[in-house]
Structure formats: C-alpha cells, structure tokens
Design a protein around this ligand. Sequence first.
Ligand code: PAP
Length: 346
Amino acid sequence: MAELVIPSLPVETRCPPFPLRQYNGFWIPEPILPGVTAARARFEPRPSDVFLASVPKSGTTWLKALALATLNRAKHPPCDPDHPLRHRNPHDCVEFLEAPVAWSKDGGGGVFAALPSPRVIATHLPCSLLPGGITEEEGSGGRIVYICRDPKDTLVSTWLYIKKMVAFAGARANDDDGKLLVPRPTSFTIEEAFELFCDGRCVCGPQWRHVGGYWEESKRRPEKVLFLRYEEMLEDPMGNVRKLAEFMGCAFSAEEEEAGVVRHIVELCSLDVLKDMEVNKSGTQGYVKNESFFRKGVAGDWSNHMTPAMAARLDKIVKDELHGSGFRFAVAVSRCPPAEKNHSTT
Ligand code: PAP
C-alpha cells in the first residue's frame, strides 16, 4: 500500500475540534488517519468477528451496548449487578478499529489480536475504507451490523456534541495532543454546522455516502451485513434485538424468551438506565465526558434546532445523492417533544 502523506490531503479546519482530511472521498479526522492505515495494513479479521459500523451520532453507543449484552449474555446475564455495562461506558467495552491508540500498544495486531472470539469491534469508517479482509467476497471476514439515522437528527446531535467537546477539550488545548486541535472557535452555530454537513464536511462524511456504501454492501451480502435504522429501533427495540441476536448467530431460545431476557437486555441498554450509571455520569473518553454520549435519544429533535427550510434543503440533497439506490431513511413515527423554552440546546 502506498504510504499515506497526510499533509498532501485536502484539509477542512472549520469543523471543530479536529482538522478533517479528505481521504478516498470521505472527511476523516486527521488524528485517526494513522489508525486507519494501521488497521488497513495489519488487521486480521476472524469469521466470528462482529463489526458495529455507523456515522458518528447515529446510535453507536446504544448498538455497542446491545451487541455486547446480547453476545455475552451467558457469561454476563443482563440482570447481573456486576454486568460490565454497569461499571464501564460502552465505548470502554467495545474499541474502535481505527483508534490509533489501539494500534500503538504493540507492533502486530493492535489490542484486537489479544481479544477472545467472538470479538465485537466498532468503526466509523466508510465501507470502502474497511480492511480488505472484512469486505472481500472470499475474505474470512466476520459480520457487519450497520446503524443509520435521519441525517437531520445526526447533524443536530453532532452539533450539540461538538459544542460540549470543544468546551471540554479547550481546557486541554496545551496538552501534547493540543497541536491536533483546530483553533477553539468562539461559537459554532447550527447554521455553520449545517453548511458543512450539507457539503459532506463532517466526521466520516458525507453522511449519505457512508450510509449508501453500507446499504449497497447489505444488498450485495445480506448474510454478512445487517442494516438497522435508529428510528426503527426506538419503535421496536425488542424486535430489533432479536434480529441482531439471530444475525450474530446467537438467537434467543424459547426459555430465554420465557424468562424475559430480551426485555432485560433492552432495559439494561436503555438511554435512561445507562445515563444514570455512575460511570456514565462521571467518567471521560479523552476529549469528552461520558455523559455527552447520552442526551435525548429521540427521533425528530432536529425540528427544535433547524428551520423547515434547512430541513427541506438537506432532505433534497440526500434524496438526490441516494437516488436510484432504493434506500430511504426511516420517518420518525412519534413526534419529538418540543425543546424547553429559550431554544434549549441540550
Ligand atoms: P458516537 O458515534 O459518538 O458514539 P452515538 O452513540 O452514535 O455517538 O450517538 C449519540 C446519540 O445516541 C445521542 O442522540 P441525541 O443527541 O439525539 O440525543 C444519544 O442520546 C443517543 N443514545 C445514546 N445512548 C442511547 C441509548 N441507550 N438509547 C437510545 N439512544 C441513545
């Protein structure tokens, strides 16, 4: 593989807190590019691997928790008071494939080589940037679970998260890693975030191209790629957890159904329960507090932050870009509650 010369790639510095570099048609945060190349060069997939893929702010944290709780339910029943999810944030339980830190720990297969099978590994990388062995027809590959979300809600969730992240990371701007931060903006308005998003300039964006890539892959290899929608999971979490379990090769038995295991997993992984855990109220993930991963968790919150004209413009871009693919985002069935007075941003 040709060596990647990062400074030669197009750069976008208006999307805090990291510079984005355009690589193979996607805007990738500069600090993770070494992890991307390491993963593509050295990652060795196993047939039993489960990859959880998403654009950031599409339901990744939830999917990590659900997949982990489902796959490990024999060892860690969801009602176990010592369940890993009661002591660790889902992001501490399931590592990102492209996290440079995961590759810096040894010279071989990163932290992943030491994980027992079946491994659960997350990624925000587009399908076209995954290590070849995962997507090749003949690859030893593993399975991919993809989750997508209405781009308008993804945008709003991203914007609010970035604001929290910038406020928190700003205090660390003089650390060793500080050089990787773009200048701390005095403000980052929804209008600015919207223009960048519409131009595809967001983490691993364009969002619709990311979604479209996995959609195509799920059509090409349905037995290897499960395609989920955040809004449908909100509507029917138990049905989707059953689907997830079946896809991962660990369908629930009649006895488990009888014992309410599916319901217990859904409850353990619910926004309210995870949000209330001490580790998620107090811990951090480097540049961000754990609490920032849990906000409203609803469909349609965009309407509290975007104008109808903005929504119509983004919907049209996405519709045009995905025209002919047969793909449609889910429509929110239940109305999102209005934000509190004063145009709440939380
Ligand atoms: P990440 O990509 O940075 O990990 P991700 O988990 O994909 O973020 O997205 C966070 C969104 O998922 C938040 O949405 P919101 O800002 O619109 O509220 C967050 O609230 C929501 N979320 C997190 N955990 C859950 C959960 N257990 N159930 C439902 N939604 C959740």
